[in-house]
Every structure is written in C-alpha cells, then in structure tokens.
Design a protein around this ligand. Structure first.
Ligand code: ATP
Length: 430
C-alpha cells in the first residue's frame, strides 16, 4: 500500500537568486532517487499578480507523490532539506513555506482558498488556520509567508482550463551569465508549433520571450497546450550551453484565472477585474506616453490605462471615443498619489459609438459647398449667388479608426496568468 502525499513549496527565491520551480525540480529528482513515485505532472501555480510583495511572477509549485508508509517521514525530510539548501534564506524578503497534505482528495474548502489566493489577498493566519482545520502539515522558514502560496498550489487541481510549461534549467556555473540560445531557432520553433505553443516571441519588438532576464537558474520556458508539443518545441530550440534538467509543469498560466467579473463600485485594490461600460472621457495621453480613458457603468467611474510599454496596443486605446461600449480586463492599481486605475491587459470594443462631423450644406442648385454667412445668418452660394438663411450644417458620419473586436497587450507586457487571444481563437485545449 502506498500513501498519497501532496507537497507545496513557495517563497524560496529573491530578486538576485533562485526560482521556486527549480527548488521543486531538484526535490523531485531527489525523491525519485529515493523511489518515490510522482503522480502526473508537477504543478506551477501562478498566484495573484497584483499582490505587492511578490518577488517576480508570484508562482508556487506543488506535486503529488505515492510513497510507501515507512518512507513518508524520509520523503518530507528530503523536501525540507532541499528547500533549506537551495532557498535564498539570506535575502530579507524570502520567507519559504512548505506544506504536506496526506489525503488523496483536495477538500472543497481548500479549492476555494486557492481561488482566493489567485484573485485576492490572503493573510498568513488564514492559511495557518485552514491548514490546521484540514490536517495539512506546514513548515515555516523565517516568517514562513510562503505557506500561503504553498497551500494554494496544493489546493489547485487544474481541473478547468490549464496549460503546460517546459522549463530547461541551466548548470550552476552559468547562473547569472547571459543566456546562450540561438534566437533564430526560437522564431523557427514558434512558426512550426504556434498556436499549440504561445508567447515564444514578441513580433513588435523582435525579441524572444522564452528566456527570462533574471539571474535565476531557468534557461528558458516554453508554454503550450500539451506536453507533446512542448517536447517538440524543445527539440527545435538550438541551445548553446548545457542544460542541467528539463521539467514539464501543468499550470494555470494563460487561463485568465486571476480576473473577476464585477461592477465598477466593487473594484478593490490588489485584484484583477473584468468590467463592462461606456467610455465617458478621454482618451488622453499623459507624460510618459501612457494613455488613459474613463469608463462608466451604472455604479460609478474608473480610469483605465494603457501604459507606455504596451506600445501598439495604445493605438487602439487612443482611437476610443466617448460613447463606445467596451469590456476591459486588468489589474487594479492604487498607490500613494495615483488614483485607482485599471492597468489594461485586454480590451474588447463591443459597440462603437457613431461619430459625426459638421460640414457646410451643399447648394441645391449647383451642388457646390455653401459658404457660411456667420453664426445664425445661414449660407450663400459663391457660384450662383443664392442665399439660404435657414439652412443648417450637415452631419456626416466619420469612419472610425478602429473596429469592434478584442485587443491585447503584446507578449512582453503580458501577465503570466493572462489568456493570450491566440488561445481563445485556436480554442485553447482540444
Ligand atoms: P518567483 O515568481 O520569482 O518564483 P514570486 O514572485 O513567486 O517569485 P515569492 O518569493 O514566492 O514571489 O513571494 C510571494 C509571497 O507572497 C509568498 O510568500 C506567497 O506565499 C505570498 N503570496 C502569494 N500570493 C498571495 C496572496 N494572494 N495574498 C497574500 N500572500 C500571497
């Protein structure tokens, strides 16, 4: 008889070192060496992207093991030793947490908690109380804040929409050095595997997106709809440095799970929302090149912003006009001095307001454009000399510079959790 053990790990890295997925990957290999069986794919769970104290992408990892009963304690030791030896414990903000949950079924209460950690802000005390209630064992290093994410990663069953990411890790002597991957092979891989893989490159800036810019152990990560396409994509990438290990994670990335549909009066800081309403003011470009417009629904008004790095996306936002009906997706920013603003991730133009411009009427006799005689004095024709004291200016419908549809920020500005349009268009998972 084997026992089930769910393991969650979070908050092991700092801006200068490490990555929680790497800690998970090393722990998994050490556990396999001990004879533990890993169930399915390890999970890479992205948590609330608006949580202000995240290091970078707010991710936690979890995996499920089948362990002989007399090995359970040794397995836990292996996980804890791995965290202890790899986590950047000297960094001030690094507060690792490890969670062990010993039952096969994930309780509904834990699933609901996970949803909140992805969408809202959760206190450490709440994580501790829930762990005690459901019988999850927690291990805190330093302040142990990581148990919030570790418990959430255990609780995510990825039953709904999900994607996969293949991560290739570098050998330690290369950590911190420039990554050596042939960019042209990434463009080729993108061409051959898209849309089953996504966000490999940024067409607008011409950069490859699979290699991070941080000193962490990741050489690259390829995201896609299934493990098979990721293995194929991995074969197509030309690596110019050794790879220490490769792991495929099942993940909630690219699913829009962070977004909560609500009304403007219900918008809260540190969350991400979907709002529907009409443009009532703007768009206006502010110093720095950011474009802002004001959205209104029956409950209130809020500013929505396309920031400068979103470049081409701002063209769409600039083309909006008061009266347009739109749906916006984005994170809520509210900082000292900055009024509450939705940081746009996606924009759907649902209905374009008709736009008119005034023009002088034409002469009914010779069809030439009439000349105004001054306010309230009517018009006269320069060619035939006729005078029309009661004619009014004509309203002509103006062609809009934008069409109805959904638009998104470019891959380099995309949140890990944001669902790229290509996933929606290609139907996502089969
Ligand atoms: P990386 O993506 O580089 O691995 P990170 O961005 O995931 O790093 P962490 O170092 O894991 O950042 O720090 C995030 C911390 O915030 C963790 O301790 C985690 O438990 C906690 N946390 C995550 N989401 C929430 C939330 N919604 N509410 C409260 N705390 C959270």
């Amino acid at each position: 008889m084997m026992e089930i053990l769910h393991v969650g790990i979070d908050d092991t890295d700092s801006k200068r070192r490490m990555c929680t997925t790497y800690v998970g990957a090393v722990a998994l290999d050490r556990l396999r060496e001990r004879g533990a069986k890993v169930e399915g794919f390890p999970k890479l769970i992205r948590l609330n992207p608006m949580w202000p104290h995240k290091t970078r992408g707010n991710c936690a990892v979890a995996f499920t093991l089948r362990v002989p009963p007399d090995e359970v304690e040794a397995v836990k030791e292996t996980v804890l030793d791995t965290v202890l030896s790899l986590a950047d414990l000297e960094a001030e903000g690094t507060n690792p947490g490890v969670v062990f949950y010993p039952r096969p079924e994930i309780p509904e209460k834990l699933k609901a908690y996970t949803r909140r950690v992805v969408q809202e802000v959760v206190e450490l005390e709440e994580a501790e109380a829930l762990a005690a209630e459901i019988g999850a064992e927690i291990h805190k290093f330093k302040e142990g804040r990581g148990i919030i994410g570790a418990l959430a990663a255990v609780g995510h069953t990825l039953e709904g929409d999900c994607t996969y990411e293949l991560i290739a890790y570098r050998t330690p002597e290369n950590w911190g050095k420039p990554r050596r991957v042939d960019p042209s092979s990434v463009f080729e891989m993108d061409l051959l595997t898209r849309p089953r893989t996504f966000d490999n490159v940024d067409e607008e800036s011409g950069e490859i997106r699979i290699t991070p810019h941080t000193p962490c152990p990741v050489l690259y990560g390829i995201r896609g709809e299934d493990p098979e396409v990721l293995l194929r994509a991995h074969q197509l990438v030309r690596r110019l440095e050794p790879v220490e290990r490769v792991v495929i994670y099942k993940t909630n990335q690219g699913t829009d799970e962070h977004l909560r549909r609500c009304r403007i009066s219900e918008v809260r800081p540190y969350t991400s929302v979907i709002l529907e309403g009409r443009v009532v003011a703007g768009p206006r470009t502010i110093p720095g090149g950011h474009v802002i417009f004001t959205l209104e629904d029956e409950t209130g008004r809020v500013d929505c912003a396309a920031y400068e790095p979103t470049r081409g996306f701002r063209r769409v936002v600039r083309a909006l006009r008061p009266g347009d009906r739109v749906r916006v997706c984005g994170g809520v920013r509210e900082e000292n001095g900055i009024p509450r603003t939705i940081n746009l991730e996606k924009l759907s133009i649902l209905e374009l307001a008709p736009l008119f411009r005034r023009r002088n009427p034409r002469c009914p006799h010779c069809l030439k454009s009439l000349k105004s005689e001054g306010k309230g004095k009517g018009y006269s024709c320069k060619r035939c000399g006729a005078h029309f004291p009661h004619l009014k200016p004509e309203l002509v419908r103006v062609e809009r510079e934008v069409r109805e549809g959904t638009f998104e920020v470019p891959p380099r500005c995309r949140r890990h959790l944001a669902k790229p349009l290509v996933r929606e268009l290609s139907g996502g998972r089969p």
